[in-house]
Design a protein around this ligand. Structure first.
Ligand SMILES: [Zn+2]
Length: 107
């Protein structure tokens, strides 16, 4: 199971894309929570994912002022490595690599 044959869905329009395409569309990360956000390729809606070593989870943020991540579905990924830094999250899997910057000034 890897980023090419596993899918995540958009919570707005239900469009599904493979995990690789979702990671390509990521524009923000929250390194201290291991969250990333991507724009749906179909409707441009914002979706959040939790990234961990060996897994990614679909979900959404709930609660204020300290939102927590409600997991809808967890997808196991082989050889999937996450490294959080103060300025973003790097993801490494297969021969692919992403760096998703922390959203500056936002939450
Ligand atoms: Zn969508």
């Amino acid at each position: 199971m890897n980023v090419l044959d596993q899918y995540v869905g958009c919570s707005d329009c239900m469009h599904e894309c493979c995990v690789r395409d979702a990671l390509d569309a990521c524009f923000a990360s929250w390194p201290n929570h291991s969250w990333v956000a991507f724009h749906c390729l179909n409707c441009d809606g914002v979706n959040r994912l939790e990234v961990r070593n060996g897994a990614i989870a679909e979900g959404y943020l709930d609660g204020a002022p300290a939102p927590c991540f409600i997991i809808k579905r967890r997808v196991r990924l082989d050889d999937f490595h996450i490294k959080a830094a103060n300025n973003g999250i790097s993801v490494r899997t297969l021969n692919l690599r992403w760096f998703i910057p922390q959203l500056s000034g936002g939450k």
